[in-house]
Design a protein around this ligand. Structure first.
Ligand SMILES: Cc1cc2nc3c(=O)[nH]c(=O)nc-3n(C[C@H](O)[C@H](O)[C@H](O)COP(=O)(O)OP(=O)(O)OC[C@H]3O[C@@H](n4cnc5c(N)ncnc54)[C@H](O)[C@@H]3O)c2cc1C
Length: 618
């Protein structure tokens, strides 16, 4: 953890947003697939804990104040209490039955109205996302509604007068950026030690007078809640996964033979088998349709240097466009005519003009940040009124899409794992609660939007080059957030697309990584890791899988040297088949697996890898 360098020159009014969420490990779903709320343990979202902790340091260093703002039912006042017990000066609890059924945009609107009512604030700190819904949409939507700059995933911060120097964590990318106050920031996991007061008796002792309840009427006429939400939740299905749970016995060679037999039976050795619970392409064509001409537009936001994800999105958009008799428009910095063979019928390349052009030599984003791209896409959408807009669910895609949705009042489904067109409308499958449930989300707005997870949609073969019309849209960058450098230390798509993944925990010593990598290559597996492993920098942060890392759905997941704590396993729950290797028979990973070896991973791999190599090759 790093210590923020704080050199303020005046007292700052800091506001930290804190959401109350259920404790995952205690969560239960009723027979209707809905969350059982009775007796549910609720607490402050883990990322918001970072915002409160950072806010307190900044408030103290500047001689200013830290207030905490939460929107939620009466029970949500406990997050204000915990933050005040931790050192915050005041709590604002926006609570009213009128807010029931708020989606992310309605939540952002209510928070924006609260900030305007209670403010001004110099700095607004949010969590990167809430770990229950995992959209990451509210912070950028709030920034957009307040007309403020936004920086996502702050991992390191230096405050110098009015200027913030930030290190931002975006998927597999690191950005150094500068911004001036006032600003909205979202906090990454390892920014700072979290605000946490474990003993509820201490929060209970907090003077209730320091928490101010705010009603909907105080914020204005609305509409609020469900009435202000452009998305609606349709049928919900729970992800029931039939795990074999077979603990292997006998000699290791015999165990490895048995493991192969079980995996074969489960289809884990065949490339045709998919993940356990996702239904990504409901109705989407596996092959690219012919080029579309006219009709409604389906927009696709093109993030630079994410080719495979781009191809998946364009393929899905082409399939949706064919269903509605429309066409596909690709928009983004660096977008070009080559996108025609992946499904684009028209391309708008977004280019920085004016004095801000080319600020960082070699920047793949051409000197444009998310806010600039959102301006172009928002104007285009207002003009063209597209049927829908798809974006990657990366940090970039989530911010651009969130800002566009806020400007258009459009429904936005975050991190969809499936898309379909039903009765002419977009249905996006959204996993929630760590993938325990998948909800079909529809939009009531004319323009329908979704960010889509990498590696879940079909990747159609390219079609004959279709020569799309390419035009340039020039935008003058606002340069409120200035990216000074951008580096990648990994390729997040590699993990997202891997059929076979080996999950590595602290039980694998780093001196054995070379051997592990050689074994992984033999079976074409990608590596991912537990948080403890990425905490000690043994693997890049983008390899972390779990509640505060990625969710993956490979055909085969082989867990070695990891205990299988809930916070990790929830991220691999929808894998097709799971093999667990751990010398501790009581390790929780064995409750999640199809076959389990109670042994040292190296001895198991001596037997298993050659067999898998042969079986996966056929
Ligand atoms: C808010 C929060 C968020 C979190 N988010 C995440 C997340 O996103 N992802 C995540 O992974 N964790 C997350 N964690 C941490 C998580 O709870 C666990 O602490 C972590 O996953 C454990 O890592 P591990 O299994 O590598 O280590 P350990 O729990 O230390 O387990 C190591 C295992 O290795 C086994 N082992 C030892 N030697 C061998 C050998 N030779 N062969 C095979 N096995 C061996 C041991 O028996 C042991 O079971 C989070 C925690 C919190 C509080």
């Amino acid at each position: 953890m790093n210590i923020p360098r704080l050199e303020p020159t005046r007292p700052l009014r800091v506001l930290a947003l804190a959401k109350q969420i259920p404790v995952f490990a205690d969560m239960q779903l009723g027979p209707d697939g809905r969350l059982v709320r009775d007796g549910l343990v609720l607490h402050m979202n883990d990322y918001c804990r970072r915002g409160v902790a950072l806010g307190l340091q900044i408030a103290r260093a500047s001689g200013g104040t830290l207030s905490v703002l939460t929107l939620g039912p009466p029970s949500a006042d406990t997050v204000c209490r915990e933050a005040i017990a931790f050192g915050a000066d005041a709590g604002f609890h926006v609570t009213d039955p009128a807010f029931a059924g708020s989606d992310t945009l309605a939540t952002a609107r209510a928070l924006a109205a609260s900030v305007e009512y209670l403010g001004p604030f110099d700095l607004i700190l949010a969590g990167r996302n809430s770990v229950d819904a995992d959209t990451g949409q509210v912070p950028p939507q709030l920034a957009d509604l307040l007309e403020l700059p936004f920086a996502c995933g702050v991992r390191r911060l230096r405050l110098s007068g009015e200027r913030l120097l930030l290190l931002l964590e975006h998927n597999d990318e690191w950005l150094n950026a500068e911004v001036e106050l006032p600003v909205v920031l979202s906090c990454a996991e390892r920014l700072i030690d979290p605000c946490k007061i474990k003993d509820p008796a201490i929060w209970a002792g907090v003077d209730g007078a320091r928490i101010r309840a705010i009603s909907a009427a105080e914020l204005g006429p609305g509409p609020w809640g469900a009435a202000a939400s452009p998305t609606s939740v349709g049928p919900i299905r729970t992800l029931e996964i039939d795990r074999r749970g077979e603990m292997l016995a006998g000699g290791l060679a015999e165990q490895a033979d048995r493991a192969i037999a079980v995996l074969d039976e489960r289809g884990a050795l065949s490339a045709a088998a998919g993940a356990a619970g996702l239904a990504p392409g409901r109705g989407l064509a596996a092959e690219l349709p012919a080029a579309g001409r006219g009709g409604p537009a389906v927009g696709v936001l093109i993030e630079p240097a994410r080719e495979r994800h781009t191809r998946e999105l364009l393929g899905a958009a082409a399939s949706l466009a064919a269903t509605i008799g429309g066409h596909v428009v690709a928009l983004g910095p660096g977008a070009g005519g080559e996108l025609g063979s992946f499904g684009a019928d028209a391309v708008h390349r977004i280019i920085a003009g004016g004095t801000g052009a080319g600020a960082v030599p070699g920047d793949s984003h051409g000197g444009l940040v998310e806010e600039d791209v959102a301006t172009v896409v928002g104007d285009w959408a207002r003009d063209v009124q597209p049927w829908g807009i798809l974006a990657p669910s990366t940090a970039w895609g989530r911010e651009v899409a969130s800002r566009v949705a806020a400007r258009l009042g459009a429904g936005l489904t975050g991190d969809a794992v499936g898309l379909a067109c039903e009765a002419g409308r977009l249905i996006a499958d959204k996993p929630a609660f760590g993938g325990y449930v998948v909800a079909a989300i529809a939009c009531s707005s004319a323009i329908q939007m979704a960010t889509v997870r990498s590696g879940v949609l079909p990747l159609p073969e390219p079609r004959e080059a279709a020569d799309p019309a390419v035009s340039e849209i020039i935008v003058t960058p606002r340069r409120r957030l200035r990216v000074v450098s951008r580096t990648r230390d990994d390729d997040a798509d590699q993990l997202a697309h891997a059929d076979v993944v080996i999950g590595v925990g602290m039980g694998v010593h780093t001196t054995h990584y070379e051997r592990l990598r050689a074994d992984a290559r033999k079976i074409g597996a990608a590596l991912c890791a537990t948080r403890k492993v990425t905490d000690v920098n043994a693997m890049p942060r983008a390899r972390q899988v779990g509640i505060t890392g990625h969710t993956i759905s490979p055909r085969l997941y082989i867990a070695i040297g990891l205990s299988g704590k809930f916070n990790h396993t929830v991220g691999v729950r929808s894998s097709g088949s799971i093999v667990a290797v751990n010398p501790d028979r009581d390790a929780p990973i064995f409750d999640w697996c199809d076959v389990g070896f109670v042994a040292d991973w190296r001895e198991v791999f001596d037997e298993l890898i050659p067999r898998l190599e042969g079986a996966l090759a056929t």
